[in-house]
Every structure is written in C-alpha cells, then in structure tokens.
Ligand binder design. Structure first.
Ligand code: KG4
Ligand code: ZN
Length: 346
C-alpha cells in the first residue's frame, strides 16, 4: 500500500505542507517567516505563530495543486505535534484537526525529529537499515540511534544549551553579520584561516565525556568568541574572516567527532544528516572526509528536504499508515519538548 498523505509542519518559522504517495514526493511547499524575524536576530515565537496562521490555507492549496490531487483523494493527514515552539505547533495541529473533521480523514500527530530522518527516504531510497542521525538546525541539535524509523528511535544526546544553528545566529550578530547567521558566517569564512584561533570544543574534555559523551554545548564557544571580539576589537585587530572560519571549524569539528563516536559506540557504520545547518559548506566537507576515512556510509538529503518542510512529515505519516499504526486520539495536543523516542503521540 502506498498511502497518499498530506503533511503539515509548523514547529518553528517554516509553514510547510507536503504531499507524498508512499515514499514518492508529490509536493513540497514552504512559506517561511524568516524575514520577519531578521531584525530580532532570532525566531520570535508569537510572530512565527501568527505567520503560520496567515500562510496555512494558501500553502495547503498550493501543495494540493502542485501534487494534482484533492482533499478527497487523501488517505491520511500527518502533522508535527512536537518538539518545537508551542504556539507555532498549535496552529499546525489545529489546521490538521480541522481538516480531519471536515474530511473524515485520520490524523497522525508525529515527531518532528523523526520526520527529519524520514525525509531522506523521499530522495535517497528506503531507510531500512539501522542508522545514526545527526540533526542540526536553529531549534535542535540531536544525535539519534535510529533502529527503525517508524518505531524504534533512541536519543543518544542533544544540546544542553544553544542549538548549533542558534550558535551561528548569535555569533553572526557578535560579528555584525546578517541573519540567518549560518549563510553569512559561511560567506565570511571563505577567506579566513580555520586554525587562526583555537576556540573551545564543548563537552569533549574527558571529565565531560563521562556524563555528556553524545551531548553538545555551544554556549562556552559563543562566550569565547564574544571575549575574542571584545579584546581584538578594542585593539583594532579583529579579523572577521578568521573568527568566522575558526568558529565554524569548532562547531563542525564537535558535530562530526561526536556523530562518528556514536557510530563507533553503537557499531552502526551509517550516518544520516538533517536540519538547516546541513547547508553549511564546511560541515558537508568534513563529514564526507571523516566518514570515508572511518568507513561510515553518509547520507545527506537534498537541502530542500533538510530544512524544515511538510514533506518529511507526510513521509513519516505514510510510513505509519503503511504499517497499520492507528491515528492519534482526537484530543492529542502539542508537546514542545517531545523526545525522539516517541514517533507518534496519542
Ligand atoms: O532547519 P532550519 O531551516 O529550521 C529552523 O531551525 O528554523 O534551520 C535554520 C538554521 C538557522 O539557525 C541558520 O543559521 C542555520 O540553520 N543555517 C546554517 C546555514 N544555513 C542555515 N548554519 C550553518 N551554515 C549554513 N550555511
Ligand atoms: Zn527541524
């Protein structure tokens, strides 16, 4: 059975609606409110929620038109129930429930993080083997052991403070670069020396590894950059390109080192990347090099499926429907801190 599923994603600042038939991608429409947050240097939850409300109906219409289907053709609706910004999630869940009531279709409230993993099946073929997944975006930084995408996902570690993308955004602000920080730091780093400044690698010291082997921390790095900028700025010696390149190197080094440590620890020689930070040129390069050296197969979905989107939610929903998983209970709610171990709520 290849169910036709519409997926709705509103966990952060992207209103995403995707339509799949099994693991075939039919439509992937995203309306982003990123520009509205730019002057604040980060996502403002209330603004994001309001923007979802405005974008929801036209985005659904566009996705249906792109896929060439009507609501009546669908087999099910999937929606992100968490993790994410509560107010933003509520808009998506409300829309999905309304559609469910209007059409009589079953509604599956699913996990956003697991959706990132499922996204790869829409482009890279089935994910039927165990894999380690590194998910890095403005909202999350998680290392998952995916034994079975539909049913058995274990969180190995996550950030204990800022998300990786958030660190890019905050450091970009310190350096006077634009939002979102990832692309502007990537651009500024082109002529920089990644070895110019030895910035700290969070939670990699032996004493931290005991408790936080697979967790991440970027706040110490951010503070180190702030101190460096202050000191060199006063002396008129700030070299933005070197700071950007050295900062980026520190983030990428920690992400790839911990991901490969997870592969070694679990004995799973496969790594899958997801999330907006995967757009980072250096992350892709270092991950490819080090995975090859370690004999780990690397899967990186196309960028449109890495950043937040509705197709990944539809894809996960279709997997659940194919497996015969019952829909969520009608009263299911949003869970802003939902753990990746819970693939579907209620
Ligand atoms: O997955 P995504 O679109 O969703 C949210 O978390 O909203 O990720 C956005 C994040 C932002 O923090 C942005 O700075 C980061 O991804 N990002 C990057 C790059 N492009 C976007 N980080 C590093 N390098 C990039 N080239
Ligand atoms: Zn995400």
């Amino acid at each position: 059975m290849r169910p036709l599923v519409l997926g709705i994603e509103t966990s952060c600042d992207e209103t995403g609606v995707g339509i799949v038939r099994g693991d075939e991608l039919l439509a992937n429409v995203v309306a982003s409110s990123m520009d509205l947050h730019a002057r604040f240097g980060g996502v403002v939850p209330e603004i994001a929620a309001r923007a979802h409300l405005e974008a929801m109906e036209p985005t659904i219409e566009r996705a249906l038109a792109e896929a060439g289907v009507t609501l009546g053709d669908l087999d099910a609706i999937a929606v992100t129930a968490g993790p994410g910004l509560a107010g933003a999630l509520m808009v998506g869940v409300g829309a999905a429930k309304a559609l469910g009531v209007a059409t009589g279709l079953p509604v599956h409230g699913v996990n956003h993080l697991v959706g990132h993993v499922a996204a790869d099946a829409l482009a890279g073929g089935p994910i039927d083997e165990e894999t380690i997944a590194l998910l890095v975006s403005g909202g999350h930084t998680s290392l998952l052991h995916v034994r079975d995408v539909d049913a058995d996902v274990v969180t190995l570690g996550e950030t204990i403070d800022d998300a990786a993308g958030e660190a890019f955004d905050k450091v970009a602000r310190l350096l006077g670069l634009g939002y979102p920080g990832g692309p502007s730091i990537d651009a500024a780093a082109v002529d920089g020396d990644p070895r110019a400044i030895a910035f700290p690698r969070g939670l990699t010291a032996p004493k931290d590894r005991e408790r936080h082997r697979f967790d991440f921390s970027f706040s110490g790095l951010k503070t180190a950059v702030a101190r460096h900028v202050e000191r060199t700025g006063d002396a008129g010696e700030l070299r933005v390109a070197d700071v950007a390149a050295s900062f980026r190197e520190a983030v990428v080094d920690v992400l790839v080192t911990k991901a490969l440590d997870a592969c070694a620890h679990t004995g799973v020689p496969r790594l899958l990347l997801g999330g907006g930070v995967v757009a980072n040129a250096r992350l892709r390069e270092v991950a490819a090099e080090r995975c090859e050296a370690a004999g780990v197969a690397l899967r990186v979905p196309p960028l449109a499926l890495c950043t937040d989107n509705g197709a990944m939610i539809a894809g996960l929903g279709a997997r659940l429907v194919s497996r015969g998983v019952a829909p969520s209970a009608p009263g299911f709610g949003v869970e802003s801190t939902l753990d990746a171990g819970i693939v579907q709520v209620g």
